[in-house]
Design a protein around this ligand. Structure first.
Ligand SMILES: Cc1cc2nc3c(=O)[nH]c(=O)nc-3n(C[C@H](O)[C@H](O)[C@H](O)COP(=O)(O)OP(=O)(O)OC[C@H]3O[C@@H](n4cnc5c(N)ncnc54)[C@H](O)[C@@H]3O)c2cc1C
Length: 487
């Protein structure tokens, strides 16, 4: 089915077919959404196509995984975001092929119906997916976190392990349920272990009767010599110290070599070690969306090691001035795969399109404004490297909170997020979003997941010692004095 743009009335931006200039944007993430918004006052018809119906604020995914924020706060509906932008419409579809010759995007709707989207200008902003550095078999045992489903899965996976530990009688088995291994000590890995440590040490201790959740073993593995590899050395050292204070076991220069549903083996300068752990979370690598490779092949270009397509200084694809590629899926001026380049490129591309329609031929190349980087470690503790200042502790935490709330989409979401954080900081250490069910817990415990092209593509059959799970309960109870002692 061919989807034509809604009929426009103006003539300034007319396409060759006599219609208003048609802009198709693939991906409603940081890059795509900023391009769409920049085009709000342009004489164009914009079609935003995404395989989710929401814009996802990925930097706060770990807070969903930790039960702090509800998914809706960081994933507002795209349709709602552009509801007042009359020249834009949203389609829920999976883009399969970019036909650069015919200038048509081929996608499929949720019921597999083919959708053809003709364009005059194309913006591809399809982001990135997990990379297991060639060890794709790890995906089954150590799911990553890239989508809202991933974050919910991670939350359920973490919380259900405490439930299992409460039901386990054998101390060795209980220790396995209470061991959490995160692979990758970039911001996401650091933030995740920080949150698991807070859950285990501050939030959950009073909730359980048989186990002391403070016994949880939280392990962070990093292949590089330090945590937060791209950050300043002082901030790395501070982060390492803070994590250890929080009870996180940090192993740098350590590479995961194998894993299964119950253990992980890694190699470090001290040799090879195996940790018995029922939870492994992958926070190590990303690779560009497969659409980058497709686009590169069609344009006769080579992708880099991360699968990113090189683009011209104005974000166009070589030989195709009508095709822009932006964000995590492109390599441009050695910019990192973080939100700011994607957002700024999106705005820039929107402006370039408007200038072209106004008849301007020469456009200045994209220029990145570095606003710095930051990461939280745990309760009131963060690191920030911005405008030549290196800040740690509560001040960095406040800076981080301010920036993240500022960039959330929608005032309602900003206010509710602020309320949630203040409530957690000042009044309670409880987490509001700790809902798991028997069937979710069972699924997490007995199944693995495989990612292909960044999407959940298969649920595997049970492999995890079902005999143990069916064993009659013989649950020892903690002394009442210990359960009441609090955090
Ligand atoms: C857990 C996590 C934490 C992060 N923390 C930070 C942080 O603290 N600070 C920071 O600056 N950056 C952070 N990042 C990175 C940041 O989120 C990305 O750099 C940014 O999202 C890139 O924007 P983008 O527009 O290129 O891609 P995305 O925001 O990923 O958007 C891509 C969009 O394309 C859609 N899409 C992909 N393929 C298709 C297809 N075939 N058909 C239809 N739609 C498709 C996707 O559904 C998605 O909506 C984090 C990322 C993750 C995963």
């Amino acid at each position: 089915m061919t989807i034509e743009s809604p009929a426009g009335q103006s003539s300034a931006g007319q396409s060759s077919a006599g219609q208003r200039h048609r802009v198709v944007v693939v991906g409603g993430g940081f890059g795509g959404l900023n391009a769409v918004r920049e085009l709000a006052d342009a004489d164009v018809d914009v079609t935003l196509v995404d395989r989710t119906n929401h814009h996802l604020f990925q930097p706060l995914l770990y807070q969903v995984a930790a039960g702090i924020l509800s998914p809706g706060l960081i994933a507002p509906a795209l349709r709602g975001i552009v509801k007042n932008q009359a020249n834009a419409r949203v389609l829920l579809a999976d883009v399969k092929e970019l036909d650069l010759e015919a200038k048509v995007v081929h996608a499929t709707g949720p019921d597999d119906r083919p959708l053809d989207l003709p364009y005059d200008t194309l913006i591809v902003a399809a982001g990135a997916t997990h990379s297991y550095f060639g060890k794709d078999e790890f995906a089954e045992f150590a799911p990553g976190m890239k989508t809202i489903e991933d974050a919910r899965f991670t939350r359920d996976a973490i919380l259900s392990k405490f439930e299992m530990a409460e039901e386990a009688a054998d101390p060795a088995e209980r220790a396995e349920w209470l061991t959490f291994v995160v692979i990758g000590a970039g911001p996401t890995g650091v933030e995740l272990v920080g949150q698991i440590a807070e859950l285990a040490h501050s939030v959950l201790p009073r909730d359980y009767r048989s186990i002391n959740t403070r016994d949880a073993r939280i392990v962070l593995l990093e292949g590089a010599p330090s945590v937060l590899p791209p950050f300043d050395k002082k901030l790395q050292a501070y982060t390492h110290r803070q994590l250890e204070k929080m009870g996180v076991e940090v192993h740098t220069n350590s590479l995961a070599t194998s894993m299964d549903h119950e253990s992980i083996t890694f190699k470090s300068p001290e040799g090879e070690q195996t940790i018995r752990a029922r939870t492994r979370i992958w926070a190590a690598g990303v690779a560009a969306s497969p659409l980058a490779k497709q686009l590169a092949a069609k344009a006769g270009l080579e992708t880099d090691r991360a699968g990113r397509i090189p683009v011209n200084p104005d974000c166009t694809v070589a030989g195709h001035p009508e095709v822009f590629a932006i964000g995590d899926m492109v390599s441009l001026n050695k910019l990192p795969g973080v939100a700011q380049p994607a957002m700024q490129e999106g705005k820039y591309v929107g402006k370039v399109i408007k200038k072209r329609l106004a008849g301007e031929k020469d456009t200045a190349p994209f220029k990145y404004f570095d606003k710095g980087s930051m990461a939280t470690i745990g309760y009131r503790s963060a690191v920030a490297d911005a405008f030549k200042f290196k800040v740690t502790g509560v001040i960095a935490y406040a800076m981080w909170a301010f920036i993240h709330v500022l960039y959330l989409v929608g005032w309602g979401n900003r206010l509710l997020t602020l309320y949630q954080w203040l409530r957690n900081l000042v009044f309670t250490k409880n987490r509001n979003h700790r809902i798991i069910t028997y069937s979710r817990a069972k699924k997490d415990i007995n199944t693995g997941r495989i990612y292909k092209t960044g999407r959940l593509s298969a649920i595997l059959p049970a492999v995890s010692r079902p005999d143990d799970l069916n064993r009659p309960l013989a649950v020892p109870t903690r002394p009442a004095s210990e359960t009441r002692s609090g955090a």
